[in-house]
Design a protein around this ligand. Structure first.
Ligand code: HEM
Length: 404
């Protein structure tokens, strides 16, 4: 048995823009030096798909690393620090279960299917508005889609989105650990808290027990039943607006990046939501949007390597699906493949994404209609990439298409 600090590991430059732009080959190089572990400025990084699952399964010995991130950023007691400390992803045990139980009934596959008409209507309205332009930034276009669906699900006014979009963008950078963004992220949290408080105050004027038109009614039921404080409710709403915004936006932009390189696959997406779901799964295996960490709350010895309590271990879930063990020819994009390991794009374990059925439905419905109406898209490629840590993805994807 050897402490991980004594191993000769490949260094992954997670914080560098060139790394963000093409991380998979770096992980492959790291695996040549050690079969499943690399190092970085932020702690050890697991580079092998089965080991990500093995370590993430040890839930009694680890927790999400938000407190470590707040500490590192010197953000304790700030609006952003308090938000990160209190949200559902940072909870464990009974408190986590309590919050998940409140939300779970609104996030079943059946509930997600109920929103399909709303999704189709939303993307259709957006296409009506944007397609006549002939060219646009796909990332910007698609950013309006998940948040409009989310607002309608929660019962928030969709016309308020332009005012809070900057705040959602800023909040989406939370995992990047960039100190220079702290002021903006604090302002973003305050803005979204105000937005959510106004929403609750407005609804409470007419709310009565038993109302169940949307998610806000469900949350108010929990609030008035004594299951949640006012601050807890606002925190949850801000989390949900964030969770439903840039993850889906980034997945759909990554999918479109792949589609312009595979026009034959894109054409098959038109009107075929079942095939679009396969494209989405393959895309999330190939490059998902989330890279996360766990903080060890006890020593672990895994595959003969010791990680002491207090170590932050990183899981590059976004591109771990390109590890050769996940599929034959794992480095190629092929939605028709029969066998692939389940992707980790929605996480793994007790915190697995609650919104995954909504996200899946949203992506399939969106892609199917986009492919039906936006013909022969081309792109010179991404203008840039978001920081690798946290929510990763493309920053700016110009596209042109046939308007005929
Ligand atoms: C493609 C879109 C999405 C992706 C890739 C995604 C990804 C993730 C991931 C990776 C986690 C787990 C993080 C961890 O374990 O540290 C997570 C948790 C969560 N997501 Fe999503 N998400 C998406 C969309 C959504 C949507 C639309 C909602 C809600 C409307 C949502 C709500 C949540 C919630 C509430 C949690 C916390 C679960 C818990 O702590 O028990 N997500 N998501």
């Amino acid at each position: 048995m050897q402490p991980y600090t004594e191993l000769n590991l490949y260094h992954l430059a997670l914080e560098e823009p060139w790394f963000s732009a093409d991380p998979a080959p770096e992980l492959a190089k790291a695996r040549q030096q050690h079969p499943w572990l690399a190092t970085s400025s932020y702690g050890p990084v697991v580079t092998h798909y089965p080991v990500v699952r093995e370590i993430m399964s040890m839930e009694d010995k680890l927790r999400n690393a938000f407190d470590e991130m707040i500490e590192r950023m010197g953000a304790k007691g700030t609006p952003w620090g308090d938000f990160q400390h209190n949200h559902i992803l940072n909870q464990i045990g009974d408190e986590h279960k309590r919050l998940r139980d409140i939300l779970a009934p609104a996030f079943t596959p059946r509930q997600a299917n109920r929103h399909r008409d709303l999704m189709r209507q939303t993307i259709s309205d957006l296409l009506d508005e944007w397609l006549p332009r002939g060219r646009f930034d796909f990332e910007e276009f698609i950013s309006h889609y998940p948040i409009a669906v989310m607002c309608r699900m929660i019962g928030a006014p969709v016309d308020a989105i332009p005012n809070v979009r900057w705040a959602l963008e800023a909040l989406g950078m939370s995992g990047s650990r960039r100190m220079d963004l702290l002021d903006t992220m604090n302002q973003a949290v305050l803005t979204l808290e105000r937005f959510s408080s106004d929403l609750v105050a407005e609804r409470e004027k007419r709310w009565k027990p038993g109302d169940d038109d949307d998610l806000l009614d469900t949350l108010l039921e929990a609030r008035h039943g004594g299951g949640m404080t006012h601050a807890g409710l606002i925190n949850l709403l801000v989390f949900l607006f964030g969770a439903g915004y840039d993850t889906s936006k980034n997945v759909m932009t990554l999918i479109m990046h792949e589609m312009v390189r595979h026009p034959d696959i894109y054409e098959r997406c038109a009107g075929d939501t079942a095939f679009c779901s396969k494209v989405a799964d393959e895309s999330m295996r190939f490059h998902g949007p989330v890279n996360g960490a766990r903080l060890l709350t006890a020593d672990i010895i895994h595959r003969d390597v010791l990680f002491p309590s207090g170590t932050t271990i990183w899981f590059p879930k976004s591109v771990i699906g390109q590890d050769p063990v996940t599929a034959d020819d794992a480095g190629s994009f092929n939605p028709d493949r029969d066998v692939r390991q389940p992707h980790l794009g929605f996480g793994y374990g007790s915190h697995i994404c609650l919104g995954q059925f909504i996200a899946r439905a949203q992506i399939a419905e969106g892609l199917s209609l986009i492919a039906q109406r936006m013909k022969k898209p081309t792109s010179p490629g991404p203008e840039g990439w978001r920081p690798f840590l946290g929510v990763w993805g493309i920053k700016g994807l110009p596209i042109e298409y046939d308007t005929a």
